[in-house]
Design a protein around this ligand. Structure first.
Ligand code: BTN
Length: 306
């Protein structure tokens, strides 16, 4: 993680020393301070003042750092999480050069998107972490509604789709010590003003951007502020253990329930199944072709052509 930050600083010309050993004497807070300096005021479209002007939250995003380019906002967020124990610090970057998707896949993050990570200190046990991902999907859908986009759906666990194409991905990572959740990093990538035809050919077909749906450029700062507001509302429900309320919202907007899928578990054979729903922990329940019910905790669920 340090290596990535050092690389970022080096790119920004903030470091004259360039070997890891020379940097070994730096304390973590030195890095953080330099990273904060690098972050502000250098961006083209995303501006801290613009976000804060419209941000109506109590704590989510009140502390926010904007970068021109980082490898992955989730990685930078983990680094910040070591230093700062506040709830709701947000890292945004206009571009990511090595962004992470689910199941180890890369995530395309050119200029024009909203790439952000929220550092959380949630009051939850480990088994409820999947609910944070589902809740984030609901917050994204609600933000889209406020922007006038009413037909977004959520594909388990973490894809937000419009017209059957992916417009947003969510990557939740937990920092645990001795089996206790200390912090959770929620990474959100929204294809706001991307030109889909400039993405790698293999993902073009399944991807859509808000610009291509609405036919107009949407202010990324507004998307961030609205999303953070919706996120805070649903995050409060998590901290109040009102999981059923979140799941009810998720089910209403679910793309997956009632569809036939190919389940691809990470370490065992794929199988076909029918999606029945999600349980109280946000785990997907499917019915296999032999009629037995199965819980899908991780892996991929590919929707089969109906
Ligand atoms: C997926 O659908 O595979 C998850 C994609 C998550 C992408 C976001 S963009 C901001 C944050 N930083 C990352 O490196 N990944 C997440």
């Amino acid at each position: 993680m340090r290596t990535e930050i050092i690389e970022l600083l080096r790119k920004e010309g903030k470091l004259s020393k360039n070997t890891l050993s020379e940097l070994a004497n730096y304390e973590l807070h030195d890095f953080i301070d330099t990273v904060k300096e690098v972050g502000d005021n250098q961006t083209k479209y995303i501006k801290k003042e613009e976000i804060l002007k419209n941000l109506n939250t109590e704590f989510i995003g009140k502390n926010i750092y904007i970068f021109k380019e980082v490898m992955s906002t989730n990685t930078v967020a983990k680094f910040f999480a070591e230093e700062d124990d506040s709830d709701g610090l947000v890292i945004v970057s206009e571009k990511q050069t090595n962004a992470k998707g689910r199941t180890g896949k890369p995530w395309e993050s050119p200029l024009g998107g909203v790439w952000l990570s929220i550092i959380l200190t949630p009051h939850i046990t480990q088994n409820k972490i999947p609910i944070i991902t589902l809740a984030t999907g609901v917050a994204v859908e609600k933000a889209f509604e406020r922007l006038g986009i009413k037909n977004a759906e959520i594909k388990w666990p973490n894809d937000v789709l419009i017209n059957d194409k992916k417009v947003c991905g969510i990557l939740t990572e937990a920092i645990a010590k001795f089996n206790t959740i200390e912090r959770v990093i929620v990474g959100v990538g929204i294809d706001v003003n991307l030109n889909v035809d400039e993405l790698p050919p293999e993902i073009q077909e399944g991807t859509i951007s808000l610009k291509s749906i609405t036919g107009k450029i949407i202010d990324e700062n507004e998307v961030i502020a609205i999303f953070l507001e919706e996120f805070e509302k649903i995050y409060e429900l998590i901290n109040e253990s009102k999981y059923e309320e979140i799941l009810k919202e998720w089910r209403k907007k679910s793309y997956s329930i009632g569809k036939t899928v190919e389940v691809r578990p990470p370490f065992s054979k794929s199988y076909d199944a029918y999606v029945v729903g999600v349980d109280s922990e946000g785990i997907l329940i499917v019915e296999k072709t032999d009629g037995t019910l199965e819980k899908v905790i991780s892996g991929e669920c590919i929707i089969k052509k109906q």
